[in-house]
Design a protein around this ligand. Structure first.
Ligand SMILES: *Cc1c(COP(=O)(O)O)cnc(C)c1O
Length: 261
């Protein structure tokens, strides 16, 4: 790719990322739908359609034979004629090795630190992760797993994951605005609704203090319990029963999804 691409010059671009399990794509349709949703928000012209993109991805999967991996589909700002105007978007598709958090994290839960930040164009999966990557040192210093962003007193999301709490009434709540709506978030909400009361609603920073349980969701995290935020423990500091239940339900759902082809 040429160096005048607007992604390099100005950080203009969008992407999506999904996972392969047993060499089969997980929730690819949802991810490609979101890819086009993101793309249409920031580009006037997308020089291919969903069918042709999917065909190219399937070809790559067949050739590479990486049964457990991630597919990254990036759409860049294209070659800019003047250093600022959008060109014809360039498409990059890569297949990558992926790493899940260690098993122990799922047993004990992870620590988060909070940070006031609102992602630019939060509903678009942009390639802009400046703040999250810049904060890596702070995260490591605090012995944390990741950072939880908040804005105007409301919790948003993590650098690359969505966030949920369980309140004292055993209701599951996940922020409804100023977030990237994760595919994992959607699947977990659908599963949770079968057994629990679920709300997509604002979660305040104060709500964290009284939460019984907390967890995060994302393509390469699945459902990961959160037991510590800054200097206070969530609930009794152990992975909660509702979180455990959803971890299990999501795992079964993945299996079923793959089996049904
Ligand atoms: C990708 C991402 C998520 C999680 O989305 P999934 O589709 O579940 O992987 C959440 N927030 C941000 C900012 C993201 O980039």
């Amino acid at each position: 790719m040429g160096i005048s691409d607007l992604s390099i010059i100005r950080g203009y671009g969008i992407f999506d990322f999904f996972r392969l399990k047993d060499n089969a794509p997980l929730f690819m349709e949802d991810h490609l739908d979101r890819f086009f949703l993101s793309a249409r928000k920031v580009f006037d012209e997308i020089p291919f359609d969903k069918e042709s993109l999917e065909a190219r991805i399937r070809k790559l999967i067949e050739v590479n034979q990486m049964p457990v991996s991630g597919i990254r589909v990036v759409l860049t700002g294209g070659y800019t004629p003047d250093g600022y105007s959008i060109g014809l978007p360039n498409l990059i598709i890569t297949q990558e090795h992926i790493k899940f958090p260690p098993d122990e994290r799922y047993r004990t839960g992870v620590k988060l630190i909070t940070y006031p930040y609102l992602r630019e164009l939060p509903e678009v999966k942009t390639i802009n992760y400046m703040t999250g990557i810049w904060l890596k040192k702070e995260i490591a210093k605090a012995g944390a797993f990741d950072v939880l962003y908040h804005h105007n007193g409301l919790v948003c999301e993590l650098t690359r994951s969505n966030f949920f709490i369980v309140n004292q009434q055993n209701e599951i709540i996940t922020p409804d605005r100023s977030i990237l709506k994760g595919v994992t978030r959607r699947k977990v909400l659908d599963l949770a609704r079968q057994k629990f009361k679920v709300h997509e609603a604002p979660v305040s920073v104060d709500d964290l203090r009284t939460a019984k349980e907390a967890f995060l969701t994302g393509t390469t995290k699945k459902v990961l319990p959160v037991t510590l935020i800054d200097d206070f423990t969530i609930g009794d500091g152990q992975v909660g029963s509702i979180t455990k239940e959803l971890m299990q339900q999501f795992s079964l759902f993945e299996e079923k999804y793959i089996k049904q082809g």
